[in-house]
Design a protein around this ligand. Structure first.
Ligand SMILES: Nc1ncnc2c1ncn2[C@@H]1O[C@H](COP(=O)(O)OP(=O)(O)OP(=O)(O)O)[C@@H](O)[C@H]1O
Length: 455
């Protein structure tokens, strides 16, 4: 049997439509029926049908009007038009409106079912197309290569392989820069959903009021600025994986909505009454202690248990020192080489900003090095100190300038940038702590970091 199709039959011929309902139901499809065009439009606004089978000659609203209104509110639903008077004009008109097919009564029911199956296929392809376009416009393509052969990394690799195939929600916890996003990509790549793109949202990088519309989408006109309908990331990630980065930042008022999708896969766009069903696997990440978040009332306990079905803890780089040299060699510019002292300094450092800090340090050193020959002088002061045996200090380059526009020394902008970088450095790259120390919201810190090109 083929996949069950959700069908709405809109026809004022009661005998015909009841016959259709019985026939389709026997074939295992889910069918609703109405004899009124107005009611059909209402049902479409409440439910996401795959196919509407519509009589062209209904009393009240004419065929053109019905098709137009249904397609306006349900551009994804395919429409098959039925008529007793098969005129060329009707066919041309309905095709122009984007209906999938046009059938003249009477016809064999088997034909109608075959047309419905073909319509569902077109709907699936259209949806997939939209998903791909959305994802391409939102994400940069990256290949996943996790470097590390230490025992903690081998253990993590084995866990990823096992977790990936389960389809269960995963919570990845670890310090900033340890590779949580990379792990999310690896889980998706190893899952049965891997042929579809991974969709990502970072809750902390978006203003609070945008998180809801990004996740759940909105209808045109549902709030100021909603000039067009936009599907949410849950719809974009249908049949795939949604990576929710910094889930600890998810506003409390949105948490019940997320819980609902996780429980039964149902959601609504902002400004819509229509319930949509999605099949999305959630992989979430955080560098917060979620137990504390729950205890202190910032995160719902029920949601925490829902997302924490499988937990993965990422070790900080200082707990897998065996991997440092591998990472250094992997990320070192191919035209550069390290002298013995600088190599030793890199290997012995405690890397509070983890792999991200290591990558930044190497990039910085390769810019500063003469003829590609990296010496201790090309490394930040705290690495040099540590290498000469002084106390562990934090990484000064968790805050390396990435852009090319360096503000004039002493300018207000330069001072702001320096101060932010210094606080990040003092807090070991921990953005929550840095935001608290700066007296701003974490989101604001993200925007400031972006503005100043701080990595
Ligand atoms: N094991 C690894 N092998 C190769 N690259 C890695 C590894 N771990 C991390 N990286 C790289 O380090 C950088 C930071 O990793 P990622 O963004 O995944 O960290 P994160 O834990 O999600 O950080 P944050 O909490 O700040 O978002 C990325 O460029 C990533 O590719």
């Amino acid at each position: 049997m083929t996949e069950p199709i959700e069908i709405l039959i809109v026809d004022d011929d009661v005998d015909f439509s009841e016959g259709c309902v019985r026939w389709f139901e026997k074939k295992g499809h889910r069918v609703s029926q109405t004899t009124s065009g107005q009611d059909g439009i209402g049902q479409c606004s409440m439910h996401d049908f795959d196919v509407v089978i519509l009589d062209w000659n209904m009393p009240g609203l004419c065929g053109i009007e019905l098709v137009q209104r249904m397609r306006e509110s349900n551009p994804d639903t395919e429409v098959i038009v039925l008529t007793g008077e098969g005129t060329i004009n009707n066919a041309v008109e309905s095709m122009r409106l984007g209906v999938f097919d046009f059938q003249t009564k009477p016809f064999p029911m088997g034909d109608l079912e075959r047309r419905c199956i073909a319509a569902v296929e077109r709907r699936r392809l259209k949806k997939e197309n939209t998903q791909l376009r959305e994802v391409i416009s939102r994400t940069k393509k990256r290949t996943i290569q996790m470097i590390g052969t230490s025992e903690p990394m081998n253990r993590l690799g084995r866990l990823i392989d096992r977790v990936a195939l389960t389809d269960k929600a995963v919570l990845i916890q670890g310090e900033s820069g340890t590779g949580k996003e990379l792990v999310a990509q690896a889980i998706h790549a190893g899952s049965l959903r891997a042929d579809r793109p991974l969709v990502t949202i970072n809750c902390a990088a978006l203003p609070e009021n945008l998180v809801e519309s990004e996740l759940f989408g909105h209808e045109k006109g549902s709030f100021t600025g909603a000039t067009a309908m936009k599907p949410g990331l849950f719809e974009v990630a249908d049949h795939s994986t949604l990576f929710i980065d910094e889930i600890g930042e998810l506003p409390l008022m949105l948490q019940p909505k997320l819980l609902r999708v996780l429980e039964d896969g149902s959601m609504r766009r902002i400004g819509s009454h229509k319930e949509r069903r999605v099949d999305v696997r959630i992989v979430a990440a955080t560098n917060r202690d979620m137990q504390t978040e729950v205890t202190e009332g910032r995160f719902r306990e029920d949601l925490y248990y829902r997302i924490n079905v499988m937990a993965l803890d990422l070790p900080p780089l200082r707990e897998r020192a065996d991997d440092i040299e591998l990472l250094v060699d992997h990320f070192l510019d191919k035209d550069c080489e390290l002298d013995d002292d600088s190599r030793r300094a890199l290997i012995n450092y405690s890397w509070p900003g983890n792999v991200r800090q290591l990558i930044n340090t190497l990039q910085r050193a390769s810019v500063l090095a003469d003829d590609g020959h990296i010496t201790l002088e090309d490394l930040p002061a705290d690495l040099r100190c540590q290498s000469s045996g002084s106390e562990n200090q934090v990484g000064e380059n968790e805050g390396t300038l990435q852009g090319s526009a360096i503000p004039a020394v002493g300018s207000l902008i330069a001072l702001e940038r320096e101060h932010i970088a210094e606080v990040l450095h003092r807090e070991n790259g921990n953005k929550s702590k840095a935001a608290r120390a700066l007296g701003v919201e974490r989101r604001k810190l993200y925007r400031l970091m972006e503005k100043h090109g701080i990595a």
